[in-house]
Structure formats: structure tokens, C-alpha cells
Write a protein that binds this ligand. Structure first.
Ligand SMILES: [Zn+2]
Length: 59
């Protein structure tokens, strides 16, 4: 998920809870793209999964 807290954007892996801080939403999206994070729908909610967890899951 990407959360906005006090003007900062946090990209958080919904699997392992790893957290990255960005100045803007666009930078968070760019980071996701460059680092092979994946978005997937789980129980009707979009989740962001980091590259490490994607390897563990094996999808
Ligand atoms: Zn993860």
C-alpha cells in the first residue's frame, strides 16, 4: 500500500511490512516500477508486494 502521512508518502509491502519513504506519490510509484514490486488484489483490496516477497511467493 501507499500511505500519506504528514505530507510524506510511504510505500509499504503488504507482505513483510518493509517501508520506504518518499516526497511524492509519483516517486513511490517510480520506485515500485524500478524495483519490480507487484500490485495484486486480495480480498477486494489492492496490495503492494515487494520484489523479495514476490520471489518467496513465486508468482
Ligand atoms: Zn515484502
Amino acid at each position: 500500500m501507499i500511505e500519506k502521512i504528514h505530507g510524506k508518502h510511504y510505500l509499504i509491502c503488504d507482505c513483510c511490512g518493509d517501508e520506504f519513504e518518499f516526497d511524492s506519490y509519483d516517486k513511490a510509484i517510480q520506485f515500485k516500477r524500478e524495483n519490480d514490486w507487484k500490485s495484486r488484489k486480495y480480498n477486494g483490496e489492492w496490495e503492494d508486494i515487494c520484489d523479495y516477497c514476490m520471489e518467496e511467493i513465486g508468482e
